[in-house]
Design a protein around this ligand. Structure first.
Ligand SMILES: [Zn+2]
Length: 384
């Protein structure tokens, strides 16, 4: 790896060589794969944010954006954003920026650090000097494990700029155990079809629910929080560490649950307005509800979210050992039914940290073998 890359990695992003008039910023970088089907050698990557900034004194027209994945110099797969999509997205993002949505969602778009002082987003594919185009959520799957992603900005008749970022299958230096006891089901993972993957700090997060003996998550109709086996279940530290953030003063959010007589569309509308209110008030931290953030010696942080009101057994500054009971699972923050949201991030700030992949060690293999691959929705997990 070149010294230039190392310096860029230290800064948390990678920048194109100044040979072109365009600056291409990829955030976060490097890029980590998710195991889509590792037994068949299929992986996927999501380029969360690509910012194309016109540093020249002439306008430039962006007619395409191309991502190519390579392994040892061999092209594995590619994806391309055509000119029509670039125009539409530029208009959409400029509108969202004016409405204040992008600053409210800085935990996702990182514009406060990505966009240099004095620069602004363009409303179309023509970038005036100091105008930028933001491409968020560019997904590519590949047959074979890539080591490099090449991002190319296309112009009329010629490419305008290019940058390469390293891609890898991240291996955590920390050994994590399942943060609960008993049999739990993964109901959301980093699968691209699910919500976590598209949120930068939650990219590799999992949602888990406790299963009853009859394999249901709740008894009866599940109208009440206490109907759920998850609600009040002990949450355990996944590894040794130190608590850096703790709060449990938020109510468990029964209002977010679907009412038995409620049509799905009406429920969706209602939940979306509740979610927007939470984000507008406290951003990602508000969405996490009651939570614990624990720092591990590797420099990784584990976030336990949607914990039960008043259930924390540790406070900031406390040391914990793997397996210690630290709280109870609940349904606070942006939670539509009791579950534990667990994610590993690379820093203590929920608004600037990135999500990183992890695996649990010591899983029981009774149900399906999940050793050596990332968890998927439908996996049943239980600590040995
Ligand atoms: Zn979640």
């Amino acid at each position: 790896m070149s010294k230039q890359w190392l310096a860029a990695l230290a800064a948390g992003l990678l920048t194109a060589a100044p040979a072109s008039a365009l600056e291409i910023r990829v955030d976060p970088a490097p890029v980590y794969v998710f195991d889509l089907s590792p037994d068949r050698g299929i992986y996927d990557v999501l380029l969360q944010n690509i910012l194309v900034l016109n540093d020249a004194d002439q306008p430039v027209e962006v007619t395409g954006l191309r991502v190519e994945l390579f392994a040892m110099g061999e092209l594995l797969s590619s994806a391309r954003v055509p000119a029509t999509k670039i125009s539409a997205r530029a208009a959409q993002f400029a509108g969202l920026d004016q409405a204040g949505v992008l600053s409210m969602m800085d935990f996702q778009f990182h514009l406060s650090t990505l966009l240099p002082e004095g620069a602004r987003l363009s409303g179309d594919a023509s970038l005036e000097p100091q105008e930028a185009y933001l491409n968020s959520g560019l997904y590519v799957a590949s047959s074979g494990l890539p080591d490099t992603a090449r991002i190319t900005v296309e112009g009329p008749g010629a490419d305008l700029g290019q940058v390469e970022v390293p891609v890898s299958r991240y291996q955590s230096p920390t050994e994590y155990r399942v943060p609960v006891n008993g049999r739990w089901m993964v109901v959301a993972s980093a699968d691209a079809a699910q919500h976590h993957r598209w949120v930068l700090s939650s990219e590799f997060a999992i949602d888990i629910v406790r299963m009853r003996k009859d394999f249901m998550s709740h008894k009866g109709t599940g109208e009440r929080l206490t109907d759920y086996a998850t609600f009040g279940a002990p949450v355990l530290a996944a590894a040794d560490g130190v608590v850096v953030a703790a709060r449990d003063d938020r109510p468990d959010n029964a209002a977010m649950m679907r009412r038995p007589d409620e049509a799905f569309d009406a429920y969706l509308q209602r939940v979306m307005s509740l979610q927007q209110a939470i984000l507008a008030e406290n951003g990602f931290e508000g969405a996490a509800g009651n939570h614990l953030l624990i720092r591990h010696t590797s420099g990784e942080y584990a976030l336990y979210a949607h914990l039960r009101e008043g259930s924390l057994r540790v406070k900031a500054g406390d040391e914990v050992r793997a397996g210690d009971a630290i709280a109870q699972a609940g349904s606070s923050g942006n939670s539509t039914e009791p579950h534990l949201h667990f994610q590993i991030i690379d820093g203590p700030d929920l608004n600037s940290a990135r999500g990183i992949p992890f695996e649990f060690s010591g899983l029981k293999e009774d149900w399906i073998s999940m050793q050596h691959r990332h968890l998927r929705a439908g996996d049943v997990i239980e600590q040995e």
